[in-house]
Design a protein around this ligand. Structure first.
Ligand SMILES: *Cc1c(COP(=O)(O)O)cnc(C)c1O
Length: 490
């Protein structure tokens, strides 16, 4: 006798995944649903929607780490339920190692002054607050007004500086850029410094083209100015991306605490610190540079615990992961990885130069990235190239430069640890294909151009709107037909 049992409507465990009533219907998006759903269904629904996100490893727009060793992934999962505020060992060890890497003037057994943050943005808020408070204390002591603080930066600063300025009411004085010079000019910056300047912020690795700003020159010019004015204006270095590059690739470069006016430095652990998103660091030169009144001491977790962060609780996985990278790779390992990134950037750059179509906007020395713009953008723009590259899976951003170079558009490819030589070569190949495709299609912005075309006598001949329209349609038809011929079965 065969024993059989029909599945009842309510026996969820035997329903086929996609035909179950949970996955069949769209989920409510605005109000929390009244009823629970099985865990498998919830997992499936969310997993499927996540498939639509771009592949993070092909996202060449971002500096943020997209690959770590499986051993570290395991540690991350093992510490996912631990709260950062319950840890003091790991953050402190990382702070000490990074402070030493940046040449903080520390004695043998002296511990460094610094904090782990969510990223460089939080680190910059904290550094900015420390500068603001120190400046206010100084002005108060001198009986001077202290209600109009300002900060001097290049116009190429990352948005977090604008956030700091607005959230904490500090005027942002930006040194304008110019064509061909896309970082802060130290001489101009020092000119803009006045008695209300809480600090000058230099960037080690401009977000726009990876170029290092000249911190040494800024320091020397500011030392001079300080001598004349007695203002003692300090420097902060935003080394979000460059902090884990310069020590390994350019050990001779003077940019860190070796320069006397550099009082604090931030770095993103989740960029070239090689950790997944969610970790940054702020390091101060010494205790004197972090006003004591900004540090809170709590004791309700057991011991006296100093805290100077914007948030209290957060995950601790990233700190563990940072510590893993520091001890696993060591100086040797980081150097190796950075050299490889630099080499891959070179391969990509050479490939782009070979097309003859691009100007390279990034510099030899800097963050391993390639920023480039079209030599001739009269028919097609960098935005179209970016758009077309998406079809190959690549995310390559195109953007315009800040004032006064806003007429320049660039494409930028950030070279991360996991962007291998093979991928670099594939990308060059795909860019060449995109250029060929674009050459065959009419310019998107040519209506104006096409409306007047040179006649054989060299005079401009006006075309009617219909003629222009026809021409564009014919060119598009040709393009589509050619595509059909080459793309075969798909
Ligand atoms: C990425 C970046 C930031 C912001 O850092 P997060 O870690 O993303 O908060 C700030 N400044 C520069 C120069 C950057 O490249």
């Amino acid at each position: 006798m065969v024993l059989s049992k029909t599945a009842s409507n309510s026996d969820v465990s035997v329903h086929s995944t996609f035909a179950s009533r949970y996955v069949r219907t769209a989920l409510p998006r605005f109000k929390m649903p009244d009823d629970s759903i099985p865990k498998e269904a919830a997992w499936q629904i969310i997993n499927d929607e996540l498939m639509l996100d771009g592949n993070p490893r092909l996202n060449l727009a971002s500096f943020v780490t997209t690959w770590m060793e499986p051993e570290c992934d395991k540690l991350i999962m093992a510490s996912i339920n631990k709260n950062y505020v319950d840890m003091d060992e790991y953050p402190n060890r990382c702070v000490n190692m990074i402070a030493n890497l940046f040449h903080a003037p520390l004695g043998e057994a002296e511990t460094a002054v610094g904090v782990g943050t969510v990223g460089s943005s939080e680190a910059i808020m904290l550094a900015g607050l420390a500068f603001k408070r120190r400046w206010q204390n100084k002005m108060k002591a001198a009986g001077k007004p202290h209600d109009k603080p300002n900060i001097v930066t290049g116009a190429n600063v990352q948005v977090c500086w604008e956030k700091f300025a607005r959230y904490f009411e500090v005027e942002l004085k930006e040194v304008k850029l110019s064509e061909g010079y896309y970082v802060m000019n130290p001489a101009k910056a020092v000119e803009m410094v006045d008695e209300n300047t809480i600090c000058v912020a230099a960037i080690l690795g401009s977000t726009l083209n990876g170029e290092f700003e000249d911190v040494k020159l800024l320091n020397d010019l500011l030392v001079e100015k300080n001598k004349q004015t007695g203002w003692g204006t300090p420097i902060h270095v935003d080394a979000a991306s460059g902090g884990f590059i310069a020590p390994f690739l350019y050990p001779e470069l003077e940019w860190d605490f070796t320069l006397p006016l550099v009082k604090s430095i931030n770095v993103s652990g989740h960029k070239y610190g090689l950790v997944y998103a969610g970790i940054g660091w702020c390091i101060w030169r010494s205790k004197l540079d972090l006003p004591e009144e900004l540090i809170f001491h709590i004791n309700y977790l057991g011991a006296d615990q100093p805290t100077f962060t914007l948030n209290f609780s957060k995950g601790s996985s990233q700190v563990i992961a940072q510590y893993y990278q520091l001890i696993r790779l060591g100086f040797e390992g980081y150097k190796n990885i950075m050299e490889n990134c630099q080499e891959n950037a070179r391969v990509l750059k050479e490939g782009l130069v070979k097309t003859g179509r691009f100007n390279i906007v990034s510099k030899e020395q800097g963050v391993p990235l390639v920023a480039f713009s079209l030599k001739d953008s009269s028919r097609h723009t960098e935005f179209e190239i970016s758009d077309f590259l998406r079809r190959f899976g690549w995310i390559v951003p195109a953007y315009t430069m800040p004032p006064d170079a806003q007429h320049v558009t660039v494409l930028r490819v950030v070279i991360r640890e996991d962007f291998s030589r093979t991928l670099a070569e594939r990308l060059v190949g795909d860019i060449v294909k995109v250029l060929e495709e674009l050459d065959q299609i009419p310019a998107r912005v040519t209506c104006k151009l096409a409306a007047s075309e040179e006649s054989s006598e060299g005079k401009l001949v006006k075309k009617t709107a219909i003629e222009v329209q026809r021409e564009i349609t014919t060119a598009w038809k040709k393009f589509v037909q050619n595509k059909k011929k080459t793309s075969g079965v798909c």
